[in-house]
Design a protein around this ligand. Structure first.
Ligand code: NAD
Length: 473
């Protein structure tokens, strides 16, 4: 299948990938069209008075698929954002949730601002007004549409959203479940902040554990010693780099908007972050070479490239020069259709966004469940488990005469707390989903790549939902 249009928009890229997979599913055209279409697109403008005077701010919320409710997806603050981008991101959310069996339809929101150009107080006012606009049209609510952080937003914005929603819905018991990615003090869950990056690590570790797949790429099995380069050291990129480094990878390259640095002997991710905090730039990091520009990171010598900034980064223009053997898509849509065609011809393995960055929505799902159940995970069982494990240890000691040390006791007789359960659920989800899409990919030689396998898996699951509803029996 070759790209007819040289420059597809982001949403057209997603639709192209959908169609590439749809031919393997055998579903009727009407059903495929229903799955592919964006159900609701809400675009709005609101006035805002900053220190500089009045301006008009554009916002969007796109609910791509109502096959399951609520719909779910992040909110992006970016000056570059437009409707096509929000539609593409919302569609990716639908397929992502289906792949990891998180029971949501997909959505996405955006505000067309560069938050760095506003004071924190102004960002708060914009966030609260954006939330009020969503409330007006019923585009937010625990059972309707549940936003989360994305590029340019974080726990702070999510806390403002939750607070605004709660103020408009006095007396409703589940209001905190209207948004995820909140700080702990506002109903958040442990492990959400790092969830997407941790999920990238779990996914990569799983992909690299397959001896046969690694041999095809000319790589050894496992993560140990694999050279990684990361574009964008934000939430996803930083945590992915951190967990991969802890898992045995060597971080050789990092890019931020101001430039890129490279050191084949390795860069300490926390050292780079500290250096940037102190100097305002990652450039001139001790021991590293400054690359000519930020985009050079995509072409650097490494085994695994993790684009974790924005979409449309690996294109037909630079794909021929990409040297990584594995592209691990932390960002949404970093590889264009035309770029991917070149990569696949070069036998590069692309681990697609619709699977690899699903850790965020997975842990958001756990946060939503926690908010609805009004109880912290582990609260009921932790002490009970610890007591049971302790009894077992004592029985073993009595039977064998062995005495366990305090350190051994702490490890063995540890009851699961919230973070243990979140990380365990995330790991299980990422491993299962990888095995599912890899098996699909390998089962039929005609399925060209993992992204297509991911889309097939998603389309089939969504089709079942429509069939269960009695639509398209
Ligand atoms: P973020 O704002 O925390 O970080 C993005 C980083 O990329 C920033 O530090 C920014 O300065 C940097 N950046 C921007 N343009 C760059 C460029 N050209 N070169 C190098 N660096 C650049 O955003 P995030 O939440 O980490 O999101 C990053 C990507 O991951 C987005 O595509 C987002 O949709 C996707 N994603 C995020 C989550 C999440 O939980 N936050 C979940 C799934 C997917």
């Amino acid at each position: 299948m070759s790209t007819k249009k040289p420059h597809l928009s982001f949403f057209e890229n997603v639709s192209f990938n959908f169609e590439k997979a749809a031919v393997f599913t055998g579903h009727p055209r009407g059903l495929l069209d229903v799955i592919k279409a964006c159900n609701s697109v809400y675009a709005f403008q609101f006035p805002f008075r900053s220190q500089r005077g009045y301006e008009v701010i554009s916002g969007w919320r796109v609910e791509h698929s109502h096959h399951k409710l609520p719909v779910k997806g992040g909110i992006r603050y970016s000056e570059q954002v437009d409707e096509d981008e929000v539609k593409a991101l919302a569609a990716l959310m639908t397929y992502k949730c289906a792949i990891v069996d998180v029971p949501y339809g997909g959505a996405k929101g955006a505000v067309k601002i560069d938050p760095k150009k506003y004071t924190p107080h102004e960002v708060e006012q914009i966030t609260r007004r954006y939330t009020a606009e969503l409330i007006k049209k019923n585009f937010i609510g625990p059972g309707v549409d549940v936003p989360a952080p994305d590029y340019g937003t974080g726990p702070r914005e999510m806390a403002w959203i939750a607070d605004t929603y709660t103020a408009f819905h006095p007396g409703q018991i589940d209001t905190l479940a209207c948004v995820t990615g909140k700080p702990m003090s506002s109903g958040g869950i442990q492990g959400r902040m790092e969830a997407t990056g941790r999920g990238v690590f779990f996914g990569l570790r799983e992909a690299c554990s397959g001896k046969e797949d690694m041999e095809t790429l000319g790589l050894s099995k496992g993560l140990e010693g694999k050279r990684i380069a990361v574009q964008g050291l934000g939430n996803v990129g930083y945590h992915a780099a951190k967990f991969c480094q802890e898992g045995g990878c060597v971080l050789v390259g990092v890019a931020m908007p101001e430039g890129a640095i490279y050191n084949p002997k390795g860069l300490d991710v926390d050292g780079v972050v500290k250096h940037r905090q102190e100097t305002g730039s990652i450039l001139n990091f001790p021991g590293a070479t400054n690359l000519a520009n930020s985009a050079e990171i995509l072409e650097c010598e490494c085994d695994i490239l993790i684009p974790a900034a924005l979409e449309n980064q690996i294109t037909e223009a630079n794909a021929p020069r990409v040297r990584a053997k594995i592209i691990a898509e932390g960002a949404n849509g970093p590889t264009t259709v035309a770029g991917e065609e070149i990569l696949l011809k070069k036998k590069v393995m692309v681990i697609p966004d619709i699977y690899l960055n699903a850790g965020g929505v997975t842990v958001s799902y756990f946060e939503w469940l926690k908010n609805l159940s009004h109880v912290r995970f582990g609260r009921m069982g932790k002490r009970f488990e610890e007591t049971a494990f302790e009894k077992m240890l004592r029985a073993v000691e009595t039977a064998t005469g062995k005495t366990f040390s305090e350190a051994e006791r702490r490890v063995i007789a540890h009851g699961a707390d919230e973070l243990d359960l979140v990380n365990s659920g995330l790991e299980e989800t990422m491993i299962n989903a990888y095995c599912n899409i890899r098996e699909l990919w390998k089962r039929d030689r005609k399925i060209p790549d993992l992204r297509t396998a991911g889309f097939i898996s998603a389309i089939n699951k969504i089709a079942v939902s429509y069939e269960e509803m009695g639509i398209f029996p």
